[in-house]
Write a protein that binds this ligand. Structure first.
Ligand code: SF4
Length: 299
């Protein structure tokens, strides 16, 4: 049974699906970038970016130690805990080690820009103190798309960050958004995203399908008139190009987020042929056998 932690959260709080059972420790509020045109996570006034005070974070850790049972995993929220300085992160990890000794994994979202001021040695020290997984929302490997969605990152900046994470011994989980460039940029999006993932060999790769809470017209206003939303078939064809061009050694791949029509799971490269045959089935056979309906997608 999940016990609600004694933390005064500034809601809403987001976390990756794989952190459902983790203690969510809010060390910053919101996202320091908060400009990506497709992202509506931190738009409410109370979510304006602000690091939480170190004293409050340490109090939260102590209170959790007193009232929760053994905590195995901690997720540092919100949008980019890595915006905190090395020294602050180090002290937080030391406090987790001291007060929550059962913790075996600490993770957080990570914006590539926030690693620029941290050396590989510093990241390796954070890893030795328990920081073991960083979620990097690359979204696309294509620079034109990254500029259009105001990601504030490029192919190179994302690759640099992922290689730095790897050199420090921290695992990474990369997110690519299926349909991010619409019909016109689909092929380049898939090819450049595959190239980004191949060059960085993350431990985890996930895809989700672009969806618009504020509507397509609102998104197009930011992206440009050349955005044409991909159909269900075009999204799957884009996945086919992406997967065909992935050359991975050992990456756990998931496209099982609620937004996906086609659920794919496997280890790449081992399961590449199997996943491609599922995609082929969804394109060339009875799609209803392979695909979730809109109702099943649960958005
Ligand atoms: S960096 Fe992440 S959390 Fe911040 S605005 Fe972009 S998608 Fe949203």
């Amino acid at each position: 049974m999940y016990i609600y932690p004694p933390i005064d959260y500034i809601e809403p709080v987001f976390r990756p699906p794989s952190e459902a059972n983790s203690l969510i420790l809010q060390v910053t509020n919101g996202c320091s970038w908060n400009n990506c045109t497709f992202c509506e996570m931190y738009t409410e006034p109370q979510k304006k970016f602000r690091p939480k005070s170190q004293a409050d974070i340490l109090d939260d850790i102590k209170r959790c130690a007193e009232s929760l049972g053994a905590v195995r995993r901690v997720f540092l929220a919100d949008g980019d805990a890595m915006a905190l300085s090395f020294n602050r992160l180090k002290d937080i990890l030391l406090a987790i080690k001291e007060y929550l000794p059962s913790v075996t994994r600490v993770s957080s979202y990570c914006l590539p820009r926030n690693l620029k001021s941290k050396t590989v040695e510093e990241l390796a020290e954070l890893q030795s103190l328990g920081l073991s997984l960083l979620y990097v929302g690359a979204e696309s490997g294509n620079d034109q798309i990254l500029a259009k969605i105001d990601k504030g990152e490029t192919f190179d900046s994302t690759v640099d960050a992922l290689l730095k994470i790897k050199a420090a011994g921290i695992k990474s989980s990369v997110m690519i958004i299926n349909g991010m460039g619409g019909v016109n940029y689909s092929e380049q999006h898939a090819l450049d995203s595959a190239r980004l993932v191949n060059e960085t060999q993350p431990e985890y790769l996930a895809t989700l399908v672009l969806f618009f809470r504020q509507g397509e017209a609102h998104f197009r206003k930011e992206f440009g008139d050349d955005f044409i939303k991909s159909s269900q078939l075009q999204l799957i064809q884009e996945m086919q190009v992406l997967l065909s061009n992935l050359e991975l050694e050992k990456t756990i791949f998931r496209s099982d987020h609620a937004s996906n029509y086609l659920v794919l799971k496997g280890v790449l490269g081992r399961d590449k042929a199997k996943l491609l045959s599922m995609i082929d089935g969804a394109i060339n056979q009875d799609r209803s056998v392979f695909l979730r309906s809109d109702r099943q997608r649960g958005l």
